[in-house]
Structure formats: structure tokens, C-alpha cells
Design a binder for this molecule. Structure first.
Ligand code: ATP
Ligand code: MG
Length: 424
């Protein structure tokens, strides 16, 4: 027997039983982003490897071991995008939409990282990302937080998420801190695991968010980046916190929050949903004021965040089952041709109804079957109403409300009015 071909490890199928809740959640996300005046940008899924090497940093998990990279038929070395920010800036530089203007953008789509698959961590996963260019903040930094809060409210998960923030300062102040941190790590070298020892000189900041409990313990005594901020970054961070306070936004300053990508400076944020277990960060982001220049453009301040849609869907379903129950894919009307001759009538009527009542869902019976069989199918579709058509009396339509069993005979011209009344 031929062995079945299975999906690639860590890459999930989303079956029709689940896709509707995805549509509902994605629509809420998109609608909310649009309501802040942010515009969608659609970017390729494949970029040159050099873009990510230059943007993300060579000593990050992503570039070291998580990228899907291949050589195409022309010999170009390409990568399936592991994140959206680098591609967005590449497009901005290429199309010249970053300079002397502000841009407030969002995108949605799959990202690819070769990580160890587990709950909430996949090799193909979906993100919604927001990027703002041309604004120094901290007011815009706060708007992104407000936007997050509105998203959580719309999704019914506000009580299940918490915000952590930090400031990484400027490139310069961050470097100063890095040296102090290396000195601290050198002093405690005997406690470090192999992974941390390897990173100590190339990317010591990543040690701050190590998951190893022994390292976590050690880090408690490490110098804090907040004590090394340059004056401008301190002012920026203080203003950011002050605005959050004035807006009654709850947050925690986590001095060890550094984020997984190298390009961040000043404000960094994470939204955490503890009930998700170990994969609990649903949204992360921050400022990346140097990245446009680093990728070959002119200096442009920028900030963004990305949220993991799989984790959001899991959270919504877990903490808010009502949300899923009220957002299932039920059809409204099932149209039954009583005999074969009525099939064309059924097709025509269903099209008319879709024209007149675009907010409702209509399914036409195909493949024949006696009345009993067709009604059974309507019930399986969870239709609210069935319409029965026959060619003996063309103008007589039977409408039955499956929710209460009430049935009535009406003429064709009354159908739209009646459906409006029954479905309202
Ligand atoms: P984590 O610490 O969980 O690895 P990250 O810092 O690598 O996250 P980002 O690059 O900031 O994540 O991506 C933003 C969001 O995308 C994350 O907060 C998370 O919700 C989601 N995400 C990241 N990697 C994955 C993955 N492999 N599978 C599912 N979602 C992911
Ligand atoms: Mg990661």
C-alpha cells in the first residue's frame, strides 16, 4: 500500500469546523485597525535572505536556526518570512513611502519559523502586524497600546491579558548597558548554562529572557537597563508611562523585557495571557528607530507590534466559550426543489434572495432526493428556515420555520417580506 503523505510537521490545517471563528476574529481585528485609520499593506511571503540577516541580527534565534531558506532555480537565496517588519520596511524604501510623511499600516498573514512545534508554537503561524513610520512618540506608542486594549475588549479577553513594558534606550546607552551586563555575567560565569556562555559576548541581552530557572534567578541580581538609559530615552519612557497612567492603563515595568529581535530600541511591550501556559505572549512589539537606516533608507522613527492569531484564537475559545457559541456557521435558509423539474426554479430563487438579502446565508439542495431526505439535509446544515418549491403550482411556495415548526403557504411575491420578518 502507498503510504499517505502527511502535512509538514508544525504546519497545521484549519478545517471548516474552525475557520468560521477565525473569520470572525480576523474581521474584528481588521475592523478595529481600520477604525484607527491604519491601512492594509500586502507583502510577499518570500524575501531575500539578506533582508532578514541585516534586519533581525545574526545572533538571534530566528536567524541562527529558525529560518526556512532555500535556493531557487536562479540560484537566489530566499527565505520564507519569519516576521513582517523587515519586509514592510523593504517595501517602504523600494516604493519611497517612508520619508517626509507618516504611515500607519497593518498586514496579516502566515510567518514561518523552524521551531519545536508545541501548543501555541507552530512552524507556520499567522500574525497581524501594525507598523507606524515617521512618528517619534511617545504619544503614538500609547495609541498602539490603546488599540491593543480595544482589540482585547472586542474579543472579550480584556480580563485575561496583562501588559509589560520596558525601555531599551538608544543604541549608545544600550551598548553601555551591554558592557556592564557582560561584566556581571563574567562574574557569574559558573552559574551560566552552555547556551548563555555562547551568547555572553555576542548577544548578552538575550540571556535576560532565558527560560532556565537558574538563569532567571541569577538575572534578578543583574544590573537593570533602566538605570543606564540616555536622557532622551528616559524622558521618552517617563512620558510614555505618564500617559498610560493618565489613561488608567494598567502595566508592569519589566526591566528584563528585551524581546527576541535585535532591532528594538526605547519602548518595548508584551501582552501576556497567563492562562495559555508556557506560550503565553499573545502580542509583542516596540520601537525600531534605527532599522530603516540599517536597511539602507534614511533615518525614520518607527514603532510596531505583532500579535499571534493562533494564540488569540486559543485564548478567545478558552476564556470566552460564549463567543464561539454565538459565532458558529449556521445557514439561514435551505431551498428544497420538491421534484427534479423545480431545480432551476430553486437556483433562480436562491440567487434572487442573495441579491435582496445579502446579510443572510442561503443553501440550495443539489443532488435530488425525496422531501424527507432534503429536509434531513436542511437540519444537518442547521438551517433556520426551509423553502419548498414545486412545479405543479409555480406560484405556491411552502415556507417552514424549523425553529418552531410553523409552516405557511405563500405566493412567490411575498417571499422576501416573509423571510425578512422571520429572520430579523
Ligand atoms: P515567543 O517568545 O513566544 O517565541 P516571539 O518573541 O518570538 O514570541 P514575535 O517575533 O514578537 O514573537 O512575534 C509576535 C507574536 O507572534 C508572538 O507574541 C506570538 O503570539 C506569535 N508567535 C511567534 N512565534 C510563534 C510561533 N512559532 N507559533 C505561533 N505563534 C507565534
Ligand atoms: Mg520566538
Amino acid at each position: 500500500m502507498i503510504k499517505n503523505i502527511q502535512a509538514v510537521r508544525g504546519m497545521k490545517d484549519y478545517l471548516p469546523t474552525n475557520t468560521y471563528i477565525w473569520q470572525v476574529i480576523e474581521n474584528i481585528l481588521k475592523k478595529t485597525l481600520n477604525s484607527y485609520g491604519y491601512k492594509e499593506i500586502r507583502l510577499p511571503i518570500i524575501e531575500k535572505i539578506s533582508l532578514y540577516k541585516r534586519a533581525i541580527g545574526n545572533v538571534t534565534d530566528i536567524v541562527e536556526k529558525e529560518m526556512y531558506t532555500f535556493t531557487d532555480r536562479n540560484g537566489d537565496v530566499l527565505t520564507l518570512r519569519p516576521e513582517g517588519t523587515a519586509g514592510c520596511i523593504r517595501a517602504g524604501i523600494e516604493h519611497g513611502f517612508l520619508y517626509n510623511q507618516e504611515q500607519r499600516l497593518w498586514y496579516m498573514g502566515p510567518m514561518f519559523r523552524h521551531e519545536r512545534p508545541q501548543k501555541g508554537r507552530y512552524r507556520q503561524f499567522n500574525q497581524i502586524g501594525v507598523e507606524v513610520f515617521g512618528l517619534k512618540g511617545p504619544d503614538i506608542d500609547v495609541e498602539l497600546i490603546m488599540m491593543n486594549i480595544r482589540l482585547w475588549k472586542e474579543l472579550g479577553i480584556s480580563n485575561h491579558v496583562r501588559l509589560e513594558i520596558n525601555s531599551l534606550g538608544s543604541l549608545n546607552s544600550c551598548n553601555n548597558y551591554r558592557n556592564v551586563l557582560i561584566k556581571f555575567l563574567e562574574k557569574n560565569k559558573n552559574v551560566l548554562d552552555e547556551n548563555c556562555k555562547n551568547r555572553m559576548y555576542i548577544n548578552p541581552m538575550r540571556i535576560l529572557d532565558s527560560k532556565n530557572p537558574i538563569i532567571k534567578n541569577l538575572i534578578h541580581d543583574a544590573p537593570k537597563i533602566n538605570d543606564y538609559l540616555d536622557d532622551d530615552s528616559r524622558i521618552h519612557f517617563n512620558k510614555f508611562c505618564k500617559l498610560l497612567n493618565e489613561l488608567d492603563i494598567r502595566y508592569k515595568i519589566n526591566p528584563y523585557l528585551v524581546r527576541g529581535l535585535d532591532y528594538y530600541n526605547r519602548t518595548v511591550i508584551e501582552w501576556i495571557a497567563d492562562s495559555l501556559g508556557s506560550q503565553s505572549t499573545i502580542c509583542g512589539g516596540g520601537r525600531y528607530d534605527n532599522l530603516v537606516k540599517q536597511l539602507g533608507g534614511y533615518c525614520t522613527p518607527a514603532i510596531g507590534f505583532a500579535l499571534g492569531i493562533e494564540r488569540i484564537v486559543c485564548l478567545v475559545e478558552g476564556v470566552n466559550p460564549y463567543f464561539k457559541a454565538t459565532n458558529t456557521f449556521n445557514i439561514d435558509v435551505y431551498i428544497i426543489p420538491y421534484n427534479e423539474d423545480a431545480q432551476l426554479m430553486a437556483i433562480n430563487l436562491s440567487e434572487k434572495l442573495r441579491d435582496a438579502m445579502p446579510q443572510f446565508k442561503f443553501v440550495t439542495n443539489f443532488g435530488g432526493g425525496n422531501l424527507k431526505k432534503q429536509i434531513k439535509r436542511a437540519v444537518k446544515w442547521q438551517a433556520s428556515i426551509i423553502i419548498i418549491l414545486n412545479t405543479i403550482n409555480l406560484n405556491e411556495i411552502i415556507v417552514k420555520d424549523l425553529r418552531n415548526g410553523k409552516q405557511q403557504k405563500i405566493s412567490k411575491s411575498q417571499i422576501i417580506n416573509l423571510l425578512h420578518t422571520l429572520l430579523k
